[in-house]
Design a protein around this ligand. Sequence first.
Ligand SMILES: Cc1cc2nc3c(=O)[nH]c(=O)nc-3n(C[C@H](O)[C@H](O)[C@H](O)COP(=O)(O)OP(=O)(O)OC[C@H]3O[C@@H](n4cnc5c(N)ncnc54)[C@H](O)[C@@H]3O)c2cc1C
Length: 436
Amino acid sequence: MTPKRCDVLVIGSGMGGLCAAALLSQAGYHTLVAERLPRIGGRCSTIEYKGFKCAAGAIGPEMGGLLEETFRQVGAEFDVRPAGPPSYLINGKICEVPPKGGFRKLFAAATSDEAELERVMGAISGALSWMEPSRTTSLREWLLQYTQNESILSIFQAMVSATTMLNASELPAREYFLFLKKLRGYRGFGFCPQGSIALPRALAAVIEKHGGAIWTRAPAVQIITNNRIARGAVIKKEGEEIEIHASAVISNCGPGRTVQLVGKQHIDQGYLKELNTDVRAVMLIAIQLATDKPLLDHNYLIVTGARRINALFQPTNVCPEIAPPGKHLLVAGAAPASTAPPLNARAELDLCFQDLRDLLPGFEEHAEVLLTGTFHGQWPAMHAWPGDDMSLKTPIVNLYNVGDGVKSPGMIALPAVAETARLVAEDIKMRLAPAA
Ligand SMILES: Cc1cc2nc3c(=O)[nH]c(=O)nc-3n(C[C@H](O)[C@H](O)[C@H](O)COP(=O)(O)OP(=O)(O)OC[C@H]3O[C@@H](n4cnc5c(N)ncnc54)[C@H](O)[C@@H]3O)c2cc1C
């Protein structure tokens, strides 16, 4: 083995790892990112297929929030075009939502009972302005105290599962209101004209500009510790095992895999117990369709009351570059009945395709299925249900986690991931100086 040295070793080139590496290399830390796959970006990347730039995960990065701010801070290009606000399909009718007063407009489309409307609005307003509900109550249980109206409940189910990726019966009510407060319900997002991989590529350019390196096809096989302090990792590259020594190690591969890389015998029992009992990955289904004419008038439609589909995106309305000329890309998102394992993929996909036939006139004649993805296991929608996340620091000194298994309360997906990177980079800057 040939030992090498850097200030910060980042395991994994997801957006969490790359944001952290870009922030630290800009601050003068010699940074190495080791990625096991041949491409960077993890679940924010692009699969080229039949001339389409299909998403390997994230399709709609948030605009105007922490992610974009991180790009601006490190001087990386944030090539995202706004998708505009979502439209809603409620009881077969399209409902457009104004920037303010959205909830009232949505519920008015679902009920003519004024007293019920006021009851639900009053409860929401209390949870937003005074105290969030308990984290032991699911959003659905919380809502049932105020309404039994299935149309209103299905609006919440669609909104919540399309944005937080959990069903309303699974998401802690508290997390939903924190999400509304912190991320304003994830309202402003866009599509990447060069595919989602443009974002990791822009960060990689910053890291390399500041002297850092990114290795692909380079899995970490062990995190090296000594007296409960992280010393580096063993990276496999071109058949050789290379020992990399570092002052800090940032793992982007999810808290469960981080522990495997360290070896359970080195980890505090309480931490292991928390990891094993509290942390479940979020599952998601995404179906990417090529169509020879636009099957949707909208860029982003939240679908209420369907069997499984909760959102339809037509990114080519905004970014025609991601499809071959004359073709369109349509992406359907769905939450399975339970977003915790096991997944009955065949039954769930069957329900999704029944929905697509109902929702998209012309589906049979004009659509071709490009990719059908069930996202779970080590490639989930998120490594932890909102509210169940592990901490950024691990029991091993100078070993941090970044990514969507260590989100802070109320934070979801890419903005959450960017925040973890920012917090870890700040902690390292406070505690460890770069080598001269
Ligand atoms: C279908 C789908 C749609 C989504 N849509 C959206 C969306 O529209 N908007 C949004 O904000 N978010 C969305 N998300 C969520 C978002 O993609 C993720 O939250 C985010 O990309 C996760 O980033 P991360 O840094 O946590 O980890 P990842 O992207 O998982 O990156 C981790 C990296 O670590 C690498 N790795 C693992 N083990 C090792 C090892 N031993 N050695 C080296 N490398 C290793 C992996 O290969 C991977 O590249 C979606 C997710 C999915 C699955």
